[in-house]
Structures are given as structure tokens and as C-alpha cells.
Design a protein around this ligand. Structure first.
Ligand SMILES: C[S@@+](CC[C@H](N)C(=O)[O-])C[C@H]1O[C@@H](n2cnc3c(N)ncnc32)[C@H](O)[C@@H]1O
Length: 247
């Protein structure tokens, strides 16, 4: 299939990813934001068995979704082991129900296959540590034989990224109705895909995964079935083209 857009880092195809599954190379991770199948919008149809398809491409899967989506579709994830979730806290809500809490968050869940130790898991670091000395006594036997430790952290040192990330949504400037902000996709890429590595997104929408991966020096293969979105994604990718030669 001819790419709809291509540069040194990003290949975007217009089409149903399932028609090209056999040609997709192994990747470090599938990072994707599938149709949740929760609204009446034309493109919002759950794609049956896509998590199974993802398991043929990579051993790590970051999947956006709501708690309801994951509960309803849990049997579709049986090829995967669940690791943990990151919560994206938005500055404004997306819920329409007046009889529920105002919804201001989404989940990104990490699933994996094989041995945990074989996978990349580079937790992003954020500055902000406060100088302090930590003394840890020996752990009780039921947590394993871990000796006591003592260390001193420094002001401004690194902290592990917290699992709740407050990131402004793309409301008002988005070119896709469910466009994810770069700030929530970047930590997932950093965590699972090494520099120069490959990420696949079956459900590209406006191409956020590709834009962010490229900015971080990772390669990506994207699919978008709707031509109007593929076109917008291609425009976005060419407008925001990164000049790697200048590096
Ligand atoms: C939730 S949106 C993704 C939005 C994206 N994260 C962004 O930042 O713009 C899901 C997209 O998947 C596309 N899609 C649905 N089924 C597909 C399929 N089988 N193959 C490729 N794309 C598909 C839809 O048209 C929709 O644009």
C-alpha cells in the first residue's frame, strides 16, 4: 500500500489497519487510542479483536480508554497481562450526563506480554525533589529480604513521573474530535519506546502519536481509516515537520 504521508520517521497509511496487518513489522510498542464504542458518532465503533491484532505486533500496548470501555471489552485483552494505568486529568470535562460526576479524566493503560524484565520501562523523570535524608529500615520478611538503606536526595533532583498527569486538552484547537495532547502521549512513548525505536498506532486520528514520536526521535507507523482524518493528519505532519538535519 502506498503511504498517504511519509518522512524519515513517520509513515501514515489511509486505510483499515486490518487489511495490512501481515505487513506491519514488529514494533517496540503499540500506542493507540481506539474508538471506545460509547457514542453514536459514525467513526466511534469498537473494532473487534484489535487487542489480539496488537499482540502480533508488539509485547507492550498502551491503550487509552474509559473504565467502562475496559470493563465492557475485558475479554478482548486476554492475550495481555495488565501492568498499570496513567490518568490524564483534563482542564475541562467531556461528559454530557447531568446525573453523573463531571468527567475530567481518561485512562491510558499498559498491557504487556512475555517477561516484564525483557521490556523497556523508562519512567519519565520530573524535576522537583526536595533535599532530604531517607533512612529505610530493613523490610519485614514477608516483603522479601531487603536490607536497610540510607540516602540523601538533592534539591531539584529527579522524581519519578506521577501516575496522574494534568495536561490541557486540545479543546478549541483540535483537528480531530478526540485529539490527544502531546503532553499525555510523550510520557508513554518515553516509557516504552527507545530512541530510534518503532511505535505503531492502529487508530491514528489526527496523527498525534506520529507527531510526538518524531519529535522524540522515535519512528512510527500509523493507520487512519477515514480519509478526512488521514488528510488532516498528513497536513499536520507536514506542517509540523521537524528539521532533523539541523540537529
Ligand atoms: C479515538 S480516535 C484517535 C484520535 C487520536 N488519538 C488523535 O490524537 O487524534 C480513533 C480513530 O480511529 C479511526 N479508526 C477506526 N477504525 C479504524 C480501523 N479499523 N483502522 C484504522 N483507523 C480506524 C477512526 O476513524 C478515528 O479517527
Amino acid at each position: 500500500m502506498k503511504p498517504y504521508y511519509q518522512d524519515d520517521y513517520v509513515t501514515l497509511y489511509h486505510g483499515d489497519y486490518r487489511d495490512h496487518l501481515a505487513d506491519i513489522p514488529r514494533a517496540d510498542a503499540v500506542i493507540t487510542d481506539p474508538p471506545y464504542g460509547e457514542t453514536s458518532l459514525g467513526w466511534d465503533r469498537w473494532v473487534t479483536d484489535w487487542p489480539d491484532d496488537a499482540s502480533r505486533i508488539a509485547d507492550a500496548l498502551w491503550c487509552f480508554g474509559s473504565m467502562r470501555m475496559f470493563f465492557d471489552r475485558l475479554t478482548q485483552f486476554t492475550q495481555w497481562k495488565f501492568s498499570h494505568e496513567v490518568v490524564w486529568e483534563k482542564h475541562n470535562g467531556s461528559g454530557f450526563a447531568a446525573d453523573k460526576f463531571r468527567r475530567v479524566h481518561e485512562f491510558a493503560t499498559l498491557w504487556y506480554r512475555g517477561e516484564w524484565g525483557d521490556l523497556r520501562h523508562e519512567v519519565p523523570k520530573v524535576p522537583g525533589a526536595v533535599k532530604r535524608t531517607v533512612r529505610r529500615k530493613q523490610r519485614p520478611p514477608h516483603t522479601g529480604e531487603i536490607a536497610g538503606t540510607r540516602y540523601t536526595s538533592v534539591d531539584g533532583g529527579d522524581l519519578l513521573q506521577r501516575s496522574v498527569l494534568k495536561v490541557r486538552s486540545e479543546h478549541g484547537r483540535a483537528i480531530h474530535p478526540t485529539q490527544k495532547p502531546a503532553g499525555i502521549v510523550a510520557p508513554l512513548i518515553e516509557y516504552s519506546v527507545p530512541p530510534g525505536g518503532l511505535v505503531v498506532d492502529f487508530f491514528a486520528g489526527s496523527g498525534t502519536t506520529g507527531v510526538v514520536a518524531r519529535d522524540m526521535g522515535r519512528r512510527s507507523i500509523l493507520f487512519e481509516v477515514q480519509e478526512r482524518f488521514a488528510e488532516k493528519a498528513a497536513q499536520r505532519l507536514s506542517q509540523q515537520a521537524f528539521d532533523f538535519a539541523a540537529l
